[in-house]
Every structure is written in structure tokens, then in C-alpha cells.
Design a protein around this ligand. Sequence first.
Ligand SMILES: NC(=O)c1ccc[n+]([C@@H]2O[C@H](COP(=O)([O-])OP(=O)(O)OC[C@H]3O[C@@H](n4cnc5c(N)ncnc54)[C@H](OP(=O)(O)O)[C@@H]3O)[C@@H](O)[C@H]2O)c1
Length: 226
Amino acid sequence: MKKIIILGASDGLGKAIASLCLKEKIEVINVSRTACDIPGVVNLACDLSIEEDINNTSNLIKEKYNDFDAIINCAAIVAMEKINEITYSKFERAFKINTIAPLYLLSLLFDNIVKNEADILNIGTTADLKAGFNDQLAYTSTKYGLRGGSYNIGLELAKTKSRMIYVHCGGMNTRMHEKDYGLKIDNPEEWMDPIDVADIILYLLKLPKQIEITEITISRKKRRLG
Ligand SMILES: NC(=O)c1ccc[n+]([C@@H]2O[C@H](COP(=O)([O-])OP(=O)(O)OC[C@H]3O[C@@H](n4cnc5c(N)ncnc54)[C@H](OP(=O)(O)O)[C@@H]3O)[C@@H](O)[C@H]2O)c1
């Protein structure tokens, strides 16, 4: 792998993947609103809730970074309103960023993905394996949508050399819950370090092309069994 496009490498898991890529001399193209501050990362400013930004980003990738080997989607917002307090606009924003943007961008780049024999890896959640968690109606729904769209893209890729990998990711020690909701993690040692998850993600992408892991769960160790 020589070049990877990461949606959401300015922070959290995406940034952790970017840092590992650079250590391995893999070029990183980050797509997010704010820049990734790791020296060497190419930043494409894009608000994934805006259609025009996504179209421009797709055009820029086709013009200048067309020879990518993989696209990893880590960008998302958490959307944690109580069920009787959620607003239409919050629902809409979460779907735009978490579901429509990555799937739409992948469809715009689909021909390039096939031509490059590039792989796609979408980050989901353990909430899209079950009913989700309380106060996460919008978030859970967006990730189920991402999961469904990912399988559909996987179907389209079945006759190609490209692979679609979907990761049900559990709780990580990032600032995701803090940024919009002020929720700080008070027991970080019980949450996954994004660097460890990033390591697994790069491992998955480096597997020989005849191996396909379509779906994988990476979660926190349960405190109790049974
Ligand atoms: N953290 C967890 O406990 C946890 C658990 C399960 C699954 N996940 C999943 O893991 C992935 C990574 O989460 P994380 O914890 O690393 O999150 P994070 O630290 O909050 O990072 C989120 C990334 O998404 C980007 N992003 C958000 N809104 C955007 C927008 N409108 N346009 C463009 N980019 C946008 C952010 O960039 P900008 O703000 O610069 O735009 C940032 O780079 C997400 O898909 C999340 O759903 C996380």
C-alpha cells in the first residue's frame, strides 16, 4: 500500500491510522473540516454534511490523488439525544455525515476504486449489531444505514479485486463523546486505545488479496462474563 484516503483523520481513530501509515511510509490524504496536524499528511478541507464539498473533494481526488490503494472512513458524529428530545435537524445532520457522505463519496469514486483494485474499510459500531444503546436512536440508525450501504457496495465489488471491509468498533478512548456532549471518559484504561484499533485496521488491509474479511467486531474486553 502506498496511498490511503482517510475520511476523518484530523482526530481520534482516523488520526491514529494516519500516524501508523506515515511510519510505514504510506501517503495519507485526510478528508475533514479541520486539518490533521501530523506533518506529512495531505489535508483536503471538506464538510461532509455539504454536498458541494463532497463533489469538490471527489473531483480533487480524481485530479491529484487518483492512485489511492484504500479508502478508510472514520468520520462520524455521535448524536446522543434522549429519544423524546431528538430534533429533525439533528437526525438529518447525523445521517448526512455518518451515512450519506461516505456512501455517496464512495459511489463517486467507484470507477477509480475498481480500476485501482483499491479496498474500502468503513468504521461502524457495536451498536449496529443489536438495538444500540439508550439515547442513541439517530446514531444507531445512521450506522445501520452505513452497514447496509457497505454490503451493497461489497456486492457491486464482488466481481472485482477490491474488497469491502466493515468494522463493528467498540468504545475507544477518543474525544468523540466529549466534543458535542462534554462527556469525559473517567476510566480510560477500560476503553480501547485508538492506536491498537488502527494497528488491526492496517493489518486487515494488508492481508493477501485472496483473503476477504467482510465484517469484523473489535470491542472492549467485557468486564464480566455471563
Ligand atoms: N469513540 C468511540 O468510542 C467509538 C465507538 C464505536 C464506534 N466509533 C466510530 O469510530 C469512528 C471514529 O470515531 P472517533 O472516536 O475517532 O471520533 P472523533 O475523534 O470524534 O473523530 C471524528 C472524525 O470525524 C470527522 N468529522 C466529523 N464531522 C465531520 C464533518 N461534518 N465533515 C468532515 N469530517 C467530519 C472529524 O473531523 P473534523 O471535526 O475536523 O471535521 C474527525 O476527524 C467513527 O465512525 C465512530 O462512529 C467510535
